[in-house]
Design a protein. Structure first.
Length: 142
């Protein structure tokens, strides 16, 4: 009888752990979508809320920006996304870190010059005091 109770308890703990993981993946997925919208809308408040103060934001060109540079370029329309679509997204959570990979396609209008994007993107989110924050991003051209 003791073995049955122990087995049931173990199964319940595994299920609870899997559900928590799924819940956290859902939270991160929602934040990735909020970031996508904030980038298109150039919403300073949302961009600052979603990103960590020590953000490392890597462009496919090799340029690296901190949080202030990333936000300022979007808000001032130096980097202007007119459309962003995300596909092939995966999310893997390990402890307080979430690794998100996806394909980003989109349209830009940087300094009045229209362009298109087709990138593979890696996002690293960290749970900081109960809030997921983007701490790193790197893109490469497809």
């Amino acid at each position: 009888m003791k073995k049955i109770v122990t087995s049931i308890a173990v199964v319940m703990m595994i299920n609870a752990s899997m559900m928590a993981q799924t819940t956290e993946e859902g939270r991160v997925m929602k934040l990735v979508e909020e970031l996508r919208v904030a980038m298109v809308d150039a919403n300073k408040t949302s961009l600052e809320k979603l990103t960590a103060a020590d953000l490392s934001y890597g462009h496919s060109s090799g340029q690296i920006e901190n949080q202030k540079e990333f936000v300022d370029k979007l808000v001032n329309r130096k980097s202007h996304f007119t459309k962003i679509e995300l596909t092939n997204q995966t999310i893997k959570i390990t402890g307080d870190v979430a690794v998100v990979r996806h394909t980003l396609t989109g349209e830009t209008n940087n300094d009045g010059k229209p362009g298109t994007l087709n990138l593979s993107v890696l996002l690293v989110w960290q749970n900081q005091n109960g809030e997921w924050k983007l701490i790193a991003r790197q893109a490469v051209k497809n």
